[in-house]
Structures are given as C-alpha cells and as structure tokens.
Design a protein around this ligand. Structure first.
Ligand SMILES: Cc1cc2nc3c(=O)[nH]c(=O)nc-3n(C[C@H](O)[C@H](O)[C@H](O)COP(=O)(O)O)c2cc1C
Length: 201
C-alpha cells in the first residue's frame, strides 16, 4: 500500500518512487526495470528494457554503451519515453522526457558500483554490433580479465555512458477494477510545481 495517491499528489516523482518501492516489496521482478523507447533519425521507433540506475527528483537514469543504437538515437533526438510496468500491482507509469548524457563523474560512479564480472563485461561488449559467434565475446572477456587481474581496479571504458531523463510528462495508471475504468492521471511540470489532470480512463 502506498501513502501517496497520484490522483491528489503534488509531486508525481514522489509517487513514482513509492510505487517502485511497493513493487520491490511485492517482489515484482520488473521492479528495477523500465522499457525505453527512442526514435531514429529516420523516424523508426525502438523499444528495449534497461535497468533503472537513478530515480530521484526529476531525474531518471540508466547506463549503456555510447556506441549502441539507443545512444545514437538519443544523440539525434533526445525525446524519449520510458515505461515502468509492475504487473504484481497492476500498475503502469509512463514518462516522457528529454535524455542527456550523465556527467563522466556520475557515470563513473555507476560503473564502480557494478560487480567485477559486469565491469569486465562492459569492456568485452560492443553492444548490438554483429559478431562471428559467442566465442568472440568469451575471448574479449578473457582478454579483459588478463589485462586487469583480480585485485586491479577496472577502469571505466571509453564507451561507457549514463543518461538522465528529465520528465516532461508523467502518467500513472492503476488497473484491476472489474469495470476496467482504470485510475489514470497525467502530470506536467509548470515551474517548480506540476499541473495534474485526471484522465477519463
Ligand atoms: C533485464 C534486462 C536488463 C537490461 N538492462 C540494460 C541496461 O541497463 N542497459 C543496457 O544498455 N541494456 C540493458 N539491457 C539490454 C537492452 O534491452 C538492449 O537489448 C540493449 O541495450 C541494446 O539496445 P539497442 O540496440 O536498442 O541500443 C537489458 C535487458 C534486460 C532483459
């Protein structure tokens, strides 16, 4: 149960945080994930799952490979949508916003939070690029492990990137009613405050 109701709240980011905490408490496997949609310069939409690395006042963050298609899309068009879906609670939050690169310092902090295998994996990976076979990745991982043996700090790869999304619209949906008239509300920033509308389901 959450304390803040999106239909009456003054800060939707607080509700988003509470809903995510409730999803974690409910053991929802999607609690730390979101779907990220970007648009290519040719206008083609793409959608993929990313881990939520940052969720705080007007900042939603994730990390990725700066050479990936999503990073190329964002460089050309920073408008993105992310969607949190927590089926255990029958809740969905959709956030539209503008994505920008995290500072190198903040992205580096995220890198250092990763496990050592995940740090080495980031060096071995060339996300979304075709390779001959899985062996190419295994060799690259072994090479990274030789380069930075156990006990040696793994540096941040040059292609490591973090992005921060600044919301321009947040929409909450709470499903599960027999009449299917879901509780929905839309929130848009207006200076320091938010303008809120209840939606006709
Ligand atoms: C559970 C899960 C978590 C993921 N987390 C991330 C992530 O945090 N960052 C990331 O770049 N890709 C993550 N991925 C992989 C992406 O969904 C995607 O396949 C990859 O980033 C390539 O996307 P692109 O080719 O559209 O750029 C995750 C996938 C799954 C299934």
């Amino acid at each position: 149960m959450t304390r803040t109701d999106p239909m009456t709240c003054s800060d939707p980011m607080t509700v988003l945080l509470e809903w995510q905490a409730a999803a974690r408490e409910a053991g929802d496997p999607q609690a730390g994930l979101m779907a990220l949609s970007t648009v290519s310069p040719a206008g083609e939409p793409s959608l993929r799952t990313v881990s939520v690395k940052l969720l705080e006042s007007r900042r939603i963050g994730f990390v990725t490979d700066s050479r990936s298609p999503k990073a190329r899309d964002i460089a050309a068009c920073p408008r993105v949508t992310v969607m949190f879906t927590w089926m255990s609670l029958r809740r969905q939050v959709t956030v539209r916003g503008d994505a920008a690169r995290m500072s190198a310092e903040e992205a580096g902090r995220e890198f250092r939070r990763r496990s050592r295998p995940a740090q080495l994996g980031a060096w071995a990976s060339h996300q979304s690029s075709p390779i001959l076979d899985r062996g190419v990745l295994d060799s690259a991982l072994a090479a990274a492990a030789r380069r930075w043996p156990e006990g040696t700090p793994v540096p941040v790869p040059p292609h490591w990137a973090g992005y921060v999304i600044t919301p321009t619209e947040i929409e909450f949906l709470r499903a599960g009613r027999p009449d299917r008239l879901h509780d929905r509300s839309r929130h848009r920033p207006a200076g320091d405050a938010w303008v809120q509308h209840v939606l006709g389901s």
